[in-house]
Write a protein that binds this ligand. Structure first.
Ligand code: NAD
Length: 307
């Protein structure tokens, strides 16, 4: 199988590295010049649970020519449309495209570029970090769920799940992946945005008097909007999942904190709390917590002059 990783930052490097161990061909795509140069000259350096440097091809998306069997999307959410535009040249009639980005509504964007029967949607609890150009830091274990968007094309999704499991990425074919995508979005929508705004760890947020109350209000907004969209969500189970996750990740600053506070990068807020507020507005459902959080994060991006 020829697998392209479309967006080879932290997560793309993890997936590209692990899939390359299976004997499938992997090509990394990215447009970050120093990262490309470093990997081309020195290989991709992996540290953390394993220490290894691997030779992997990397190029800009517009330079790739061979038709893909599978493309795994791993840009940040707001970078997705440009990436989909730039990979048009490697998409054939049978190319499968798997989306594992955090956030909501990506399937609507992907449908504008890829026929439904080739789209696989998923969600992952794997994590990864970048130490610098050409250097990924991989720690911990994870898993992922995925589903073919076209129910007639389940077989393709199952084959991709098998290949990812062979790569020790532990993929499950999920006959109803959307609730799991929303559940992960609840984790991001409660901890990421609030810890970024409050400049605190997950543990500090949940130890505060108002933190857990706010978290429950945000989850409630996600649930009523998701349900109105036809996604079946169990609020009690999601609250438990988010609180359990907060205990395991108590010492962490979530990725939006890293983006906004530490690295002054644009956030994915429009695809998390912002998506719930936009969807809610269309459905006539008021989501004041998600709206305020989205506005505060955007205001902070502006104050920091992040573009
Ligand atoms: P990242 O910023 O490290 O990687 C994105 C990469 O895409 C960058 O290297 C960037 O240069 C590249 N890129 C963006 N647009 C491009 C374009 N048009 N052409 C070529 N290259 C382009 O981000 P990440 O942390 O790997 O996250 C990717 C997605 O996975 C996000 O949705 C994130 O929320 C999600 N996610 C991340 C983690 C994590 O631990 N990092 C965990 C789970 C999910």
């Amino acid at each position: 199988m020829l697998v392209y990783i479309a967006g080879s930052g932290a997560m793309g490097c993890r997936f590209g590295y692990q899939i390359s161990k299976t004997g499938n061909d992997v090509i990394l795509l990215d447009n970050w010049e120093e990262h490309i140069k470093s990997i081309q000259e020195n290989g991709l350096k992996i540290t953390g649970d394993v220490e290894e440097t691997v030779k992997l091809p990397i190029m800009k998306p517009t330079e790739a020519t061979k038709e893909a069997d599978l493309i795994i999307l791993f840009t940040k959410a707001m970078q997705l449309p440009q990436m989909l535009q730039d990979i048009k040249g490697i998409i054939g009639s049978e190319t499968k495209v798997l989306c594992l980005l955090n956030g909501l509504g990506h399937e609507e964007v992907i449908r504008q570029y890829i026929p439904e029967h080739n789209i696989l949607m998923g969600v992952t609890v794997w994590t990864a970090g970048l130490e610098g150009p050409g250097h990924a830091h991989l720690q911990g274990v994870g898993a992922l769920n995925l589903q073919s968007m076209d129910p007639e094309n389940q077989e393709a999704g199952r084959q991709v799940a098998d290949m990812l499991t062979e790569a020790k990425l532990f993929a499950t074919y999920d006959e109803n992946v959307l609730p799991n995508i929303w559940r992960k979005a609840c984790v991001n929508g409660t901890m990421n945005s609030t810890c970024a705004l409050l400049d605190c760890t997950i543990g500090e947020l949940f130890a505060s008097e108002d933190g857990p109350k706010m978290v429950k209000e945000i989850i409630h907004e996600f649930v009523i909007v998701g349900e109105a969209e036809g996604v079946s969500l169990n609020e009690e189970e999601i609250v438990k999942y988010v609180f359990d996750t907060s205990v395991k990740a108590a010492h962490h600053y979530p990725s939006m904190h890293q983006d906004l506070v530490q690295n002054h990068r644009l956030t994915e807020i429009d695809f998390i709390n912002g998506a719930v507020n936009t969807k809610g507005a269309k459905l006539g459902i008021d989501t004041p917590y998600c709206r305020l959080i989205t506005q505060l994060v955007h205001a902070k991006e502006e104050i920091l002059k992040i573009k």
